[in-house]
Design a protein around this ligand. Structure first.
Ligand code: FES
Length: 99
């Protein structure tokens, strides 16, 4: 039998220190960094108790959403203060940089 080769489909570059999204428990009002396979995500428990998972990349300028915080039913990016609805990442209030 000759050499066996594998066709490379993807390079897995995820951080094994970041928990898989299905392995974490998030309390109300908290947001944490996680991964879904190789995808970096932010997992947040909104004030209503709803658990949401979003890409961990702010639509404004790429800040890490998981560095921010939960404000009611919205996520706030720590980098410039965008307040994001979880359904699509649209900025809903105060898109200016906070002091
Ligand atoms: S990168 Fe998130 S508000 Fe600017």
């Amino acid at each position: 039998m000759g050499p066996v080769t594998a066709h490379l489909l993807d390079v897995l570059g995820y951080d094994p220190d970041v928990p898989e999204v299905r392995q974490i428990d998030v309390p109300v009002g908290a947001i944490v960094r996680a991964r879904d396979g190789t995808r970096e995500v932010a997992v947040a428990r909104l004030r209503s108790g709803k658990l949401v998972v979003v890409d961990d990349r702010c639509p404004h300028d790429g800040g890490r959403i998981s560095d921010g915080w939960v404000d009611g039913e919205r996520l706030v990016c720590a980098r410039h203060g965008w307040e994001l609805r979880v359904d699509g990442g649209r900025c809903v209030r105060d898109c200016k940089q906070r002091e």
